[in-house]
Design a binder for this molecule. Structure first.
Ligand code: ZN
Ligand code: ZN
Length: 411
C-alpha cells in the first residue's frame, strides 16, 4: 500500500464517520474517544468536523499500555470507584448537544494476563456508574457512532502467519474494504446501502412476526418477539430529525426478543472477545428467557462473570439478522472484534435491549416497556451464531412460517 493511498482512504474514513456515522450538523459538539493507533484518523476527524461547523471537539485519549499499567500496578480499591463527576460531565455534554464518536482499536487479548477479578469489578463499576446516562445512546437521544482502526496486536491475531507490518497493512486493507472506503464516493455508497437495509427493515416489520427460529448445528432456538417490536437496519434517527449510523460498518437488521420467552439452545459460531479476553466454542441454553446452562471450551469463567453482572445479563436484548454473504463475511476472515464479526454473522445480544426496537417507545414508561418484555441490564454483549448452515424462520401469529435465511443467506 502506498502511503498516499492510505491517507486518501483515511480521509474518506473521517468523512464517512462525520457525514454518515454522526450525521454531523453545524453547531453540534463532539466527544471524540481514540487511542494512539487512532490518532492520525482522529486528527483528520477534528479538522473535517470544524470545516463542517462543529462548535467544539472534546478529545478523550486512551492507551493500552496505560490501561494495562493501571490494572497491574493500581491500588486494589480503585477498581470499585468511578467518580460521579465523570458521569455528570458526559451527561452535561449530551444535554448541550454533544455527540459521541468512538474510534476504537481493541487488542482482543489485552487483558488476558491481568487479574480477572479486577477486570470484572471495573466493568461492573463503570456499568453501574454510567447506567443513569445509558439511555441517551440506547434510546437515540444523542447521536453516536463506533468505528475501529487496526493496531499491531489485533492485526497479528487476525493474521498470525504474517510479519507485523504486513499483518497491519492487511488488516487496514480489509477494514477499508469492509467500511466501503475504496468506493468511488464512500458517503454515497453508505447512503445506498442504508436504503437496502431499510427495505429489509420494512419487509420484516410488514410481516410482524411473532417468533423467530434459529436452526443449525448445535442450535435450536425459539425466540418470541416483543409485541409492538420494530426492526432496525442501517441508520437511526433523533427525535429532532438528525439521521446517524451507530456502527460503521453495519450490515444487520435487528429487533427485540421477549426477555422471558426464549427457549432452546444456541451455539456460537465465532469466538467472542470480551473485556480483553477470548471465549471460544461455547453454547448457551435458555429456558423461559433465562440462561440455564452454558459450556465453553475456552474462557468459561469470562461468561460466568458476565452472567453474574445482573439478572438481565442472563437474558437476551437483541436478535439480529445478517446474511452470510455480507461483504465482511465474504472475506472469510475472523476479526476477533465484535464490531466486524457481528456484521458478518447473525447474532444475539445478552443484556440491555434498544428502546428504538419498540414502536411506541416514546409513549411508554420504563415499567410498561418491561411489562412488554424489554430486557434491561448494565451490559449489552453481542455473540455470533450465524454461518453457512444456519436457517432462520419467521413465524406469524396465525402459525404460518416464512423462511428468512437459508444456508446462511436471505431467501
Ligand atoms: Zn447487533
Ligand atoms: Zn448489539
Amino acid at each position: 500500500m502506498k502511503h498516499s493511498n492510505h491517507l486518501f482512504y483515511l480521509e474518506n474514513y473521517a468523512k464517512v464517520l462525520l457525514d454518515v456515522g454522526l450525521g454531523l450538523r453545524s453547531n453540534d459538539g463532539i466527544l471524540l474517544s481514540f487511542d494512539e493507533v487512532g490518532l492520525p484518523l482522529a486528527r483528520i476527524v477534528v479538522r473535517e468536523a470544524y470545516r463542517r461547523g462543529a462548535k467544539d471537539v472534546i478529545t478523550i485519549f486512551a492507551d493500552d499500555t496505560m490501561n494495562l499499567d493501571r490494572y497491574n500496578f493500581g491500588m486494589d480499591k480503585i477498581f470499585d470507584d468511578m467518580p460521579k463527576f465523570k458521569v455528570d460531565y458526559r451527561e452535561q455534554a449530551f444535554l448541550d448537544n454533544y455527540h459521541s464518536l468512538y474510534i476504537t482499536s481493541p487488542n482482543p487479548e489485552l487483558l488476558k494476563d491481568v487479574d480477572g477479578d479486577r477486570v470484572a469489578r471495573w466493568q461492573k463499576c463503570v456499568s453501574q456508574a454510567t447506567e443513569p446516562i445509558q439511555h441517551y445512546q440506547m434510546d437515540n437521544k444523542v447521536k453516536w457512532c463506533v468505528a475501529s482502526v487496526p493496531g499491531p496486536a489485533w492485526a497479528k491475531k487476525v493474521f498470525p502467519e504474517l510479519e507485523k507490518s504486513q499483518a497491519l497493512e492487511a488488516l487496514w486493507n480489509l477494514i477499508f474494504e469492509a467500511t466501503r472506503m475504496k468506493e468511488e464516493d464512500p458517503v454515497e455508497a453508505w447512503k445506498r446501502h442504508d436504503v437496502l437495509l431499510k427495505e429489509k427493515e420494512k419487509y420484516l416489520d410488514d410481516n410482524n412476526f411473532d417468533k423467530i427460529l434459529f436452526k443449525g448445528p448445535g442450535t435450536d432456538l425459539e425466540i418470541t418477539l416483543v409485541k409492538g417490536h420494530k426492526w432496525i437496519g442501517g441508520s437511526s434517527k433523533l427525535e429532532r430529525g438528525d439521521v446517524f449510523m451507530a456502527n460503521i460498518p453495519t450490515e444487520e437488521v435487528f429487533t427485540m426478543p421477549h426477555a422471558k420467552r426464549v427457549e432452546g439452545i444456541v451455539r456460537a459460531t465465532k469466538p467472542l472477545s470480551l473485556q480483553g479476553q477470548l471465549v471460544e466454542n461455547f453454547s448457551i441454553e435458555f429456558k423461559e428467557g433465562k440462561v440455564v446452562a452454558f459450556e465453553a471450551e475456552k474462557g468459561r469463567e469470562v461468561l460466568e462473570k458476565l452472567f453474574a453482572m445482573d439478572e438481565g445479563a442472563m437474558r437476551l436484548g437483541e436478535v439480529a439478522l445478517v446474511p452470510d454473504d455480507s461483504p465482511i463475511s465474504r472475506r472469510g476472515v475472523l476479526f476477533f472484534n465484535t464490531l466486524f464479526d457481528e456484521n458478518a454473522s447473525c447474532h444475539l445480544a445478552l443484556g440491555n435491549a434498544y428502546g428504538e426496537n419498540l414502536r411506541q417507545a416514546q409513549e411508554l414508561s420504563d415499567e410498561e416497556k418491561k411489562k412488554l418484555g424489554m430486557n434491561t441490564s448494565m451490559v449489552h454483549v453481542d455473540f455470533m451464531v450465524g454461518g453457512p448452515e444456519l436457517e432462520v424462520l419467521g413465524i406469524k401469529e396465525d402459525g404460518s412460517q416464512v423462511v428468512l435465511l437459508q444456508d446462511g443467506n436471505w431467501v
